[in-house]
Design a protein around this ligand. Structure first.
Ligand SMILES: [Zn+2]
Length: 122
């Protein structure tokens, strides 16, 4: 398996190699986890709606460390303080995971780049 840019994800990346020095593994980028969430979200019993288009379901949860962002099909995205990483992790579906080279590619691949604004699935 390789990442979209052709890298083996299990091989550490090396940077700044200088003669006579051992290469140091590059620091890992912060893990970003994107979790599609087709159902409505009601953290603390309050239904989340998109402040831009009024959508009430079909979210992409973007977990960055302890923070969870909610992204709408219309590309509106916000930090959702009522959701924590644990709740986001519970929404993960079993199945193959995809690695994306960039956030933009991930949004396109998952249909959250605005092209499906106002489109509900399911
Ligand atoms: Zn929206």
């Amino acid at each position: 398996m390789t990442t979209p840019d052709g890298r083996d994800p299990h091989t550490p990346r090396y940077t700044n190699y200088r003669f006579g020095q051992s290469p140091e593994p590059a620091p890992e980028p912060p893990a970003v986890l994107a979790i599609p969430h087709p159902a409505p979200l009601t953290p603390r019993g309050i239904l989340i709606t998109c402040p831009s288009c009024g959508a009430e379901r079909d979210w992409l949860l973007i977990q960055v460390g302890p923070q969870v962002f909610v992204r709408c099909r219309c590309t509106m995205e916000w930090l959702e303080h009522d959701l924590d990483a644990e709740e986001a992790a519970q929404a993960r579906q079993p199945g193959p995971e995809t690695e994306w080279a960039s956030m933009e590619e991930m949004y396109r691949g998952l249909g959250f780049d605005g092209i499906l604004a106002h489109a509900y699935f399911g």
